[in-house]
Design a protein around this ligand. Structure first.
Ligand code: AMP
Length: 531
């Protein structure tokens, strides 16, 4: 009996099977960005760039200069600086594989700035103080992603290094207020302020609070119980867990301010006094006793309210004395014009902190093994949260921070004779004569370099098509003016057409006059959109 011939079957099945098996073993990548991260595109990026530039120019007016540090740094730096038991260090850092010494993606900026200034020597030479720097970039924490909380996020930060007076705290806070005011967000945030006191006061308060919490240990969350056992009792104060909040809300909870020694009390009162002096008003919370009168002076037109928040401790080990946060006010965004209801902010309570910082006098000493004692104070602003707030504000009030969008002008070669065959003759792209293409290139170059700078974006479409296709492109890109370069017009006296897309007005002009005609058309066109 003849053997069946399976060759044809094998030939077709075998490659399919191989492909199936290899796809199972080595699946194609997902197109989703990794959890807690985002891809961002043109309009968003343009806004971000503008936002960053505003922050930079505002801060540089205070004589602060830029510092850049690597996006990854030594794990031991953050272990030491932030404290091994903090959430950031114990569970949120991304380690890089197989690195010796171990490296992590930076979770925050202050520790890296301190390392850089110690390495460079500025921080170690008091005659070079004060050293005031700003930084901007991406940071990484493995947190549970939600609105305003991401695994890769952008911060803009300021560090005033070698700055040990209470007045430096005031300056630092005022810089924070300055940038928020520049962004038009000052009326929607309030300053929450506390003092962790000096080492002596803090140790005393930790003992008092631990003692007070002893009878309630079983009622606290497991995380808080562990923190207390690890000597990190202050973190229980800002725990968001309902069971912890219930205990901490008891009337007899000891207050941090009752543990301040005279120096700590004096430092805090001076900061508050000066803030009041320049017009920051005390609001709600536990009233702060300070000098001076509120509501006048520097901030008269942009009042800022301040709350003494005895529970504000900040998450990291290195803070002492002044700690502060700018937080979105409870009522969130402005009144909604249409339904007159107060809109809730897009940022929930937990993500409501847009800028936060404080004094950290021990950090440099901790990092240098006690060799360098460098007082410092600083803050970091969350760019993603600021961007969300700005979006909300724009929706509610139509107030916009963004400048007018550039005018879009298209310079489009047109295949008048419909010779749009791929690889066709004539020496051009798709059959369009080279003279048409080179004229379009020259006009585009002329428009881009005619001195209108940032105001004009000059687009082109090289997939040269018939007139209809090119106009479709111009419409899709929302171009305001279109320059059509066609073979016939060029042949008959070196002309091209310039069209105002809003009015459909179209004129034929010589190539040398295009820039002038476009300029006139643009100046006549109506209001431009914002980004
Ligand atoms: P921190 O370094 O934790 O003091 O944070 C400073 C500021 O950065 C906060 O007030 C937030 O505005 C922002 N921020 C911190 N963590 C995140 C995150 N995971 N996602 C987005 N923004 C963040």
């Amino acid at each position: 009996m003849p053997r069946p011939n399976y060759n044809g079957f094998k030939r077709t099945l075998h490659p399919l099977l191989c492909r199936f098996l290899s796809a199972k073993k080595n699946p194609p990548p997902s197109f989703h960005p990794p959890r807690g991260t985002h891809d961002t595109f043109h309009a968003t990026n343009r806004k971000r760039r503008h936002l960053e530039r505003l922050l930079q120019t505002t801060i540089e007016k205070h004589g602060v200069s830029e510092i850049k540090t690597p996006t990854f740094d030594h794990r031991s730096l953050f272990d030491r600086a932030l404290g091994a038991t903090t959430d950031v260090v114990s569970k949120e850092m991304y380690s890089l594989d197989h690195t010796d010494p171990p490296l992590v993606l930076r979770p925050e900026g202050t520790a890296s700035v301190a390392r850089a200034l110690l390495h460079q020597g500025t921080a170690t030479q008091p005659h070079l103080w004060p050293c005031k720097v700003w930084y901007s970039g991406s940071f990484y924490r493995r947190e549970r992603p939600q609105k305003g909380r991401y695994r890769q996020f952008d911060q803009f930060g300021v560090e005033l290094v070698g700055c040990g007076t209470w007045m430096d705290d005031v300056e630092c806070i005022m810089m924070g207020h300055d940038v928020l005011q520049r962004l038009g967000l000052a009326p929607y945030v309030e300053l929450r302020l506390n003092s962790l006191g000096d080492q002596e006061s803090r140790t005393r308060y930790k003992e008092t609070l631990t003692e007070w919490l002893r009878p309630y240990m079983d009622e606290l969350s497991d995380t808080s119980q562990t923190r207390i056992r690890n000597g990190d009792v202050l973190r229980v104060l800002d725990s968001k867990r309902p069971e912890d909040r219930q205990v901490m809300a008891r009337d007899d909870r000891p207050l941090m301010s009752h543990s301040w020694n005279a120096a700590s009390k004096d430092h805090f009162e001076k900061v508050v006094g000066m803030l009041r002096e320049v017009g920051v008003m005390v609001d709600g919370g536990e009233e702060v006793e300070g000098e001076g009168e509120g509501g006048k002076g520097l901030l008269a037109s942009n009042p800022m309210t301040m709350v003494h928040d005895e529970a504000l401790v900040r998450g990291l080990d290195y803070y002492c004395h002044t700690a502060f946060e700018f937080v979105v006010k409870e009522s969130g965004g402005k009144q909604n014009k249409k339904n007159k209801k107060k809109k809730k902010s897009v940022l929930g309570r937990q993500q409501g902190t847009v800028l936060a910082g404080g004094r950290y006098d021990q950090l440099y000493s901790v990092l240098s093994g006690g060799k360098h004692d460098v007082p410092a104070v600083g803050w970091a602003l969350g760019m993603d949260r600021i961007a969300l707030m700005l979006e909300e504000l724009e929706e509610d009030t139509a107030e916009s921070l963004w400048p007018l969008a550039p005018v879009k002008i298209a310079v489009l070669p047109v295949g008048d004779k419909g010779a749009m065959v791929c690889g066709g003759g004539g020496g051009g792209s798709g059959g369009v004569p080279a003279a048409v293409l080179s004229t379009a290139l020259r006009i585009g170059h002329g428009l881009r370099n005619c001195g209108e700078g940032d105001d004009w974006d000059v687009l082109t479409n090289n997939d040269v098509g018939r007139l209809k296709q090119q106009m479709k492109f111009a419409n899709r890109e929302a171009c305001e003016v279109v320059v059509l370069v066609g073979e016939d017009e060029l042949d008959q006296g070196g002309c091209v057409s310039v069209k105002n897309m809003a009015t459909s007005e179209q004129v034929q002009v010589e190539v040398g006059q295009v820039v002038e005609v476009v300029r006139k058309m643009v100046s006549r066109s109506g209001g431009r959109a914002r980004w």
